[in-house]
Design a protein around this ligand. Structure first.
Ligand code: NAP
Length: 309
């Protein structure tokens, strides 16, 4: 009979939950149950091969959450704004209600602070503001929680913010972060932090842990990319109003996000120090770029015609 405490990981077929599930499975201290809408997916299959118990469920389906949380000790929760938008709030609430009803001993929830509050009500950033409200809801129910505030992923350079080759022959990235430090991290390193948080519940219950692998200016990141990749990479400060006017879905939201960070979050050095303590295998930006050099170079080689920046 398996006597290990069970931890349910949501989002395990994705970036954050995947990192957490893999870190917990590697340490073998806990039995890992993962929640997915599709137990037949390749990602679910891979988790099964690593030893996870894969259960089907949906954050929109309260009964499936109650089933998935039967006999669990801990839950790692993550909700996905970029697929569900405002519905993220209801999904998070369903998750939190299920945690409460199941009497979970340690709920580790990947949230974010309310940027609306940080900016004294000036700038709305729904994917952060919703998570901030969900934190308040968790507290109101008296749940033993740890909130995780993961920084901007390094991996965003391969997804949301790819470089663009410009007519000056340089590879550019740009947004309204300005010259304020931008905290970043490899999402791969989240799992090591969360595993330590589960291992030290007395120290971390009731606390918020920021997960940060690097805390530098965008100019410094550009210099590191240029040095390691051997191609000129440049950061462009694009002021908030210009970025918001780009018109792509989420442009205003992201413009506000960077603007709040530029004006109200000068540094996350303390989060960085704590992250490396909780997960000594955290990757610096330089280490991560070096590891991914070939992938970057391949993405440069398939660039479309130079854009005017
Ligand atoms: P992801 O890689 O896209 O994975 C999304 C996961 O959510 C999948 O495993 C998916 O599982 C699961 N999921 C989605 N809808 C579900 C539902 N209705 N029921 C059950 N599971 C569901 O996303 P991620 O990057 O890990 O996390 C996204 C969140 O990270 C966002 O809310 C964002 O605000 C936050 N975040 C991102 C950054 C960043 O820099 N990108 C930084 C901080 C925070 P199945 O498809 O298998 O069901």
């Amino acid at each position: 009979m398996n006597q290990k405490k069970i931890i349910l990981v949501t989002g395990a077929t994705g970036a954050q939950g995947g990192s957490v599930a893999k870190a917990l499975l590697a340490k073998e201290d806990y039995a890992v149950r993962v929640l997915t809408r599709n137990a037949a997916s390749a990602a679910a299959h891979n988790l099964r091969l690593l030893g996870a118990d894969v259960v089907e469920g949906d954050l929109d389906d309260k009964q499936s959450l109650a089933r998935a949380m039967k006999d669990v000790y801990g839950v790692f929760g993550v909700t996905n704004f970029w697929e569900h938008y405002q519905q993220e709030y209801n999904q998070g609430k369903n998750l939190i209600d299920a945690v409460k009803q199941a009497g979970v001993t340690h709920f580790v929830y990947s949230s974010l602070p309310s940027y609306k509050k940080l900016s004294n009500g000036e700038l709305e950033v729904p994917h952060c503001d919703l998570k901030g409200e969900l934190e308040e809801y968790t507290k109101s129910l008296g749940i033993p929680f740890t909130f995780i505030h993961i920084a901007f992923y390094y991996e965003n350079f391969f997804s949301f913010f790819p470089f663009k080759l410009a007519e000056d022959g340089r590879f550019h990235f740009g947004f309204p972060q300005g010259y304020t430090k931008l905290a970043m991290v490899s999402v791969e390193d989240l799992g090591g932090v969360v595993a330590s948080v589960f291992n030290f519940p007395i120290a971390y219950t009731g606390r918020t842990v920021g997960v940060v692998g690097a805390d530098e200016t965008c100019d410094q990141y550009a210099a590191t990319l240029t040095r390691i990749l051997g191609y000129p990479v440049q950061y462009d400060y694009i002021p908030r109003d210009i970025y918001a006017s780009f018109g792509f879905p989420g442009a205003e939201e992201l413009a506000n996000m960077f603007e709040v960070q530029r004006l109200y979050i000068p540094s996350r050095q303390l989060d960085l120090i704590e992250s490396y303590g909780l997960n000594p295998a955290m990757q610096s930006f330089e280490q991560w770029v070096t590891k991914n050099k070939e992938r970057f170079v391949q993405s440069f080689l398939v660039q479309p015609e130079p854009a005017v920046v």
